[in-house]
Design a protein around this ligand. Sequence first.
Ligand code: ADP
Ligand code: MG
Length: 460
Amino acid sequence: MDQSGVTAQTPKSPWGSAAPAAPACSLAEVMSEQLAKQLDEENAVFPALSDPAAELLPDEAPDTTSDLMLAQMLQMQFDREFDDQLRREEKKFNGDSKVSISFENYRMVHPYDDSDSSGDEVDWQDTRHDPYRADKPQTTPRKGFTGKGKNITTKHDEVTCGRKNTARMDNEQAVDPRTRLLMYKMVNAGVLENINGCISTGKESVVFHADGGSLEEQPVPDEVVLKVFKTTLNEFKNRDRYIKDDYRFKDRFSKLNPRKIIRLWAEKEMHNLGRMKKAEIPCPEVVLLKKHILVMSFIGKDHVPAPKLKDAMLNSEDLKNAYYQVLHVMQQLYQECNLVHADLSEYNMLWHEGKVWLIDVSQSVEPTHPHGLEFLFRDCRNVSTFFQKRGVSEAMSTYDLFNAVTGLNIPVGAEDEAEFMAEIVALEKRNEDHIQKRGKKTFPVTSEDGGPPLEPDADD
Ligand code: ADP
Ligand code: MG
């Protein structure tokens, strides 16, 4: 089907042709070599980026090199003692009374919890108290977070300022103490000037706006966001399949504890954004990854985040324009970045300066992921449905979009979703079988008809 010139170049596809007779294996072989090479290249590019502030932000020991930090830690110690005392008084005051008066509001801030300062544990297991809960009332008016960024203060005032910033974060109860400490260290190290407040609390992450400082003498963008991956694992547990079947991460995945897996999500988002940047897809630029906190450029201006595509007020011309941009970006993502977004919808695209920006790519996978094409199909359905509902007559059907993105030629026929899906699943399966045959998996595999176990290729 003609895609009205949008797919002028025939897209190359790691799947080869959809026709069953196609020599998909040899193509896939080439692909897997390419992928390995690509990963090597990325690894060569990323080490510097992966944790550039590692020395700035030491994990293992509290940083006592800075007097400021020391003062703050002492202050926090004092605060904790104060709170303990307060708790005792509260208990005494309320006694056995059924109606109790809370002293909560008198408590001090605890940005640093030294009850386990040896490691870098985060309290991911404690799901009784989810510090990321979205429904938590915000005690600080939202407007307060968008005030002017750079504080004009003398050095002497910094302790108070630091406390104020952490206090603001604390008000929102958005992050656990360890995360707060990490964020705080970023400010202390000068990577960030100021953390202004939360711009989104989602199921898997909390996003903060911050003013950039500088990193190893390189300026950090004026406005950045911190995407804090939730360390309470409930939601991520459901999403393991996005990562444990991603060959790039799978070996590491199996060896990691859940807390480290969370970091892997952040790392995955960083790598994926890196690939996208290379392909010049509009997306946030990675500044720094620190454990489960990803710092990246802010899409928006003067503290106002760009609207999601679903909220952007677009006239029909802009909408049509946005549609073609999305189509193009999906093709680039698939063909140039070798990625499937896997959560693409009007919620994860921002409209900024007349362009569609892609965000939220921690779950993005390579097309050869065992469910990669199914994820892509879902992405296509979201995109098609959104633009069709908004009256973009040019918007292709889900099926045509899928074919336009992949370059596969799955027959659309009567637009029977079941048939189309069956074809997709068959392709995925063929790829999976191929990978298994090549001996990438170590467990013995039996062929589907119950025949003898497949021998790995001699060269493996
Ligand atoms: P989640 O997994 O919680 O959906 P997202 O990456 O989609 O995480 O971020 C949540 C929200 O935060 C987004 O919908 C967007 O409004 C905002 N956001 C995230 N990253 C940025 C950014 N770089 N610039 C501006 N806003 C952002
Ligand atoms: Mg999102």
